[in-house]
Design a protein around this ligand. Structure first.
Ligand code: CU
Length: 300
């Protein structure tokens, strides 16, 4: 009777714990189960990596279930039945060949799909629609629009159009959806890492100079297909205030993007220009500003 009561309490506690974990982690059951914990991605590149992850996880599960099955079968089938030594079957050539060849095959298949996905994610086209210069430094980001549709982006007086945070807001990088965006990274001091979790992508930002000129080692391109605010982070421990090195990437329609750039060129600040395209409020903390309910849905 006591044991049954205890079992019931344990079951109730477990259920409560699982429910709390699901609620506190902030992700839906569907995300957790179907995505094995991953975001679905907001770019075609991200979704390729998502698919690779899902495929690899399923393959690993299949192998895992098969191995667990073999273990339990052996445990039951070959229990000790007496003191007599069972028949010894070492050096079984076909079996040894099989368990050398099969893992090699698995690794080759995983390698193939990884190489294909990586090539796709790293692909760069010659004339991206938007080119953005990313400068990381301790402990903030500076984004500069270098060109849009092949034309250099400058203000009327030839000034650069840059976005950098201030004491009351994090840098907000406005980008258009459906356009090929190129990011050129450079660090002014130590190694940082540009990371927008929902892009399922991050890339280190390296410092370096050659003959007095900065070296841009890392360049990548991406197309974002969902208009929403996304939090961006530094993913490389870079010093005392590394954790504060956040930015926001605001993906908007191409029309809003053009208007935003126009306002910036007219000398408006980032918050003013954001307000001008009805994209205020802007982020003031490490989280992007309050999202619309439909944008919160990661299913896309
Ligand atoms: Cu950093």
């Amino acid at each position: 009777m006591v044991a049954r009561k205890r079992g019931w309490r344990l079951a109730r506690l477990t259920g409560l714990g699982l429910a709390a974990a699901a609620a506190l982690s902030g992700c839906s059951f569907d995300d957790a189960v179907h995505g094995f914990g991953w975001f679905k991605g907001i770019s075609p590149e991200g979704r390729r990596m998502y698919e690779l992850w899902i495929g690899s996880s399923i393959a690993a599960l299949v192998v895992g279930v098969f191995v667990w099955g073999l273990i339990f079968w052996c445990v039951v089938r070959y229990r000790k039945r007496g003191d007599e030594l069972p028949p010894q079957t070492r050096f079984n050539m076909p079996l040894e060949f099989l368990y050398t060849f099969v893992p090699f095959l698995i690794v080759s298949v995983l390698f193939y799909y990884t190489a294909v996905a990586q090539t796709y994610v790293d692909k760069k086209i010659p004339n991206p629609d938007v080119v953005i210069d990313v400068v990381a430094f301790k402990w903030n980001w500076k984004f500069q629009y270098l060109s849009v549709n092949g034309a250099e982006v400058t203000g009327p007086a030839g000034q650069d159009i840059t976005t950098i945070g201030a004491s009351d807001y994090v840098p907000v990088l406005v980008v258009p959806i459906g356009k090929r965006i190129e990011f050129r990274e450079h660090s002014q001091d130590v190694v940082h890492s540009f990371w927008v979790p929902e892009m399922l992508f991050k890339r280190d930002v390296f410092p370096g100079e050659r003959d007095g000129k900065r070296v841009t080692e890392n360049v990548f391109q991406v197309t974002i297909d969902r208009a929403a605010p996304y939090v961006g982070r530094c993913a490389e421990l870079c010093g005392a205030y590394h954790s504060m090195m956040n930015f926001e990437m605001r993906a908007v329609t191409p029309e809003d993007f053009d208007r935003y750039l126009e306002l910036r060129k007219q000398g408006k600040s980032t918050p003013e220009a954001l307000a001008g395209i009805q994209q205020a409020p802007y982020a003031t903390t490490t989280s992007p500003f309050q999202r619309e309910p439909e944008q919160q849905d990661r299913q896309g």
